[in-house]
Ligand binder design. Sequence first.
Ligand code: ATP
Ligand code: ZN
Length: 307
Amino acid sequence: MNSTTSSLPSSGGDPDRLRLAVQKKGRLADDTFELLRQCGLKVSQSRTRLYARVEGLPIDLLLVRDDDIPALVAGGASDVGIVGGNVFEEVRLAAGGTFPAKTVQALGFSKCRLCIAVPKEMAYDGAASLNGFRVATSYAQLTQDWLSKAQVKNAKTVNMNGAHELAPRLGVAEAICDIVSTGATLEANGLKVAETIFESEALLIGAEALPEAKMTILEALLGRIRGVMRSQNAKYVMMNAPRAAIDAIGEVLPGAEAPTVLDLAGDSSKVAIHAVCNEEVLWEQLADLKALGATAILVLDIDKMLA
Ligand code: ATP
Ligand code: ZN
């Protein structure tokens, strides 16, 4: 413990360096360090410590458990932090709505859903089916908040920090509320999703106000993060389509500038349309394109982009 804390400057730290709290190890950590790498930042010390310097921008990292990040930022020990929206919202609700930290930028990774799940054989028919249930969860605030908004009566939460899926079989609860990614764990434990109560992604959170020098560093970091996110989502979309649908297709393509329209040899009623989409291209949008008569739709990753 001493060897790790000894390198941590006292609270407040260097006024010319921005403190960023990140998860030391876990599902957020890898994507967070990958984002920092893509932003051209190099972590110059071993991740086994509590504290690390970054090369490339004047930033110091606090390497902590994700659950501690909102309070570290709200309490001023860290200027900014990267944390799951699920954890941030849970801590914010627990604080009763007045929490001195805010979302600076949603980061688009570590996406997951917080779901209420019930035994597979149960006939689930809307929120009222949960009346009188005990719900095992480590997200008591988010769960309670949803239960009361959904007007579920006499339900209560049972705190559990792991192995929620076992709770119904152990007779501890009738339902659970936990993070679901594929649903395979639920399935294996005889459970099914009843409700999605929260959609989460990693967030860059920050103190309500920062001194000017730190604000300047944060702006530089944000500029790089937004640049990385833009090129990650950008796709090159190609398709063949009826000439008459060119305008309608342009409206469906997310964040696209004027598309390139090319004649197709031997068929004057159809054209090839190529476009760079600067936003995520969703399956629903591909279905819309298809409905407009587009065929042979290709969505390609873009390696590098110079606007
Ligand atoms: P710590 O030891 O830091 O407390 P933890 O065990 O609480 O870690 P992790 O399992 O590493 O937490 O998850 C951290 C965050 O990653 C979650 O709060 C959530 O925002 C996100 N996350 C969790 N599961 C998934 C998943 N399956 N897919 C994507 N993101 C996820
Ligand atoms: Zn945690």
